[in-house]
Design a binder for this molecule. Structure first.
Ligand code: VGL
Ligand code: ZN
Length: 198
């Protein structure tokens, strides 16, 4: 058993003051830094969109942030502009310990497809390459922490479970957006997939 820690999207735009702030998103940083010390293998993910990304409400006339739209791959929430490549908002929270990370997995770079999961874009078929990177070093178990519980953490956890990893989500080291019941739905889906929500 080789166990890796994946720290999802602990970036300025998802913390208070950011473009898509998750309430209390910054509270989890000290606990994540402590938890990292217990893992030999640490991976960070970074939401990393080109300007004008199709998941931004600003790219759709007549739409507002948090409206829904229909993409070729299914329904999609439209977000405020966030995590634009190279911006301050896309940078990791300044207190997040990044030195021990073996790999930074960026996602959301394809202008036409959003990517909540660290493993697949939102079409559920285009891989990011993270699965292969983990398998090739013998990782079998994953612990996930970060932002946001009900979007990028949940999508990553569900894909990881589908790919055959044994998955734990440390809910105390995650914070949620909670849009129209999305947190309860995400927790139900993760529990049903056999994910340990400790
Ligand atoms: C996320 C919405 C849009 C996340 C990323 O990290 O949970 N949510 N992009
Ligand atoms: Zn995003």
């Amino acid at each position: 058993m080789t166990h890796a820690l994946i720290v999802i999207d602990v970036q300025n735009d998802f913390c208070p003051g950011g473009a898509l702030a998750v309430p209390q998103g910054d509270e989890i940083v000290p606990g994540i830094n402590t938890l990292m010390k217990a893992f030999d293998h640490v991976i960070l993910t970074q939401d990393w969109h080109p300007a004008g990304h199709s998941s931004f409400a600003s790219s759709h006339p007549e739409k507002s942030p948090f409206d829904m739209t229909e993409m070729p791959y299914g329904p999609q929430v439209l977000w405020p502009d966030h995590c634009i490549q190279g911006s301050h908002g896309a940078a990791f929270h300044p207190d997040l310990e990044t030195d021990r990370a073996a790999l930074i997995q960026r996602k959301g770079m394809n202008p036409a497809i959003d990517s909540y999961s660290a493993f697949f874009e939102n079409d559920h078929t285009t891989p990011t390459g993270l699965d292969g990177a983990l398998q090739s070093v013998g990782i079998t178990d994953l612990t996930l922490v970060g932002l946001a519980t009900d979007f990028c953490v949940a999508y990553s956890a569900l894909d990881a479970a589908k790919l055959g990893f044994k998955v734990t989500v440390r809910s105390d080291l995650c914070r949620a957006i909670d849009l129209n019941g999305s947190l309860a739905e995400a927790r139900d889906n993760m529990a049903a997939a056999g994910i340990d929500l400790s």
